[in-house]
Design a protein around this ligand. Structure first.
Ligand SMILES: [Cu+2]
Length: 141
């Protein structure tokens, strides 16, 4: 009986340890995201996305143009990094990341919305540009 008690206590201890470790890991992952930078024109955030081509660039930038507080957005297709200039009083980096996920793309630690992803043109989905040469490097079809 005492043996079982010790086992249970050890298990509890292990669980706590696992929780602590996963908290530390998630903090480390979170800190891998860029922080917003204050500029003369507003805040600027750089967000790593899963965009693959000019169509993705067009879709994300067009969508963000309608997001409250967003002033400018520019996606660099090569690095997949989306740079957004925004009004810090009207929105924040996480809201912008969330909006990007709703277009169908990962945004830093925010996973894409799967329904939106499935509705993307085939050329904008995973591996579309790895299997073949990009057939529309300029974003045109
Ligand atoms: Cu695309």
């Amino acid at each position: 009986m005492q043996d079982l008690d010790i086992k249970l206590k050890t298990k509890k201890h292990m669980n706590r340890l696992i929780i602590t470790i996963s908290l530390i890991v998630s903090c480390l992952v979170a800190s891998a995201q860029n922080e917003p930078v204050k500029t003369a024109k507003g805040y600027e955030i750089k967000i790593k996305t899963s965009a693959v081509c000019g169509m993705c660039k067009y879709a994300i930038e067009k969508d963000l143009a309608f997001e409250k507080g967003v002033k400018e957005s520019d996606l660099d297709v090569d690095s997949k990094v989306l740079t957004v200039l925004y009004n810090g009083k009207k929105t924040d980096a996480d809201k912008i990341r969330k909006r990007v996920t709703e277009v169908g793309y990962h945004a830093d630690d925010f996973a894409r919305n799967n329904d939106a992803y499935n509705n993307l043109p085939p050329c904008c989905q995973d591996g579309a540009h790895g299997r073949e040469k990009p057939h529309h490097p300029d974003g045109k079809h």
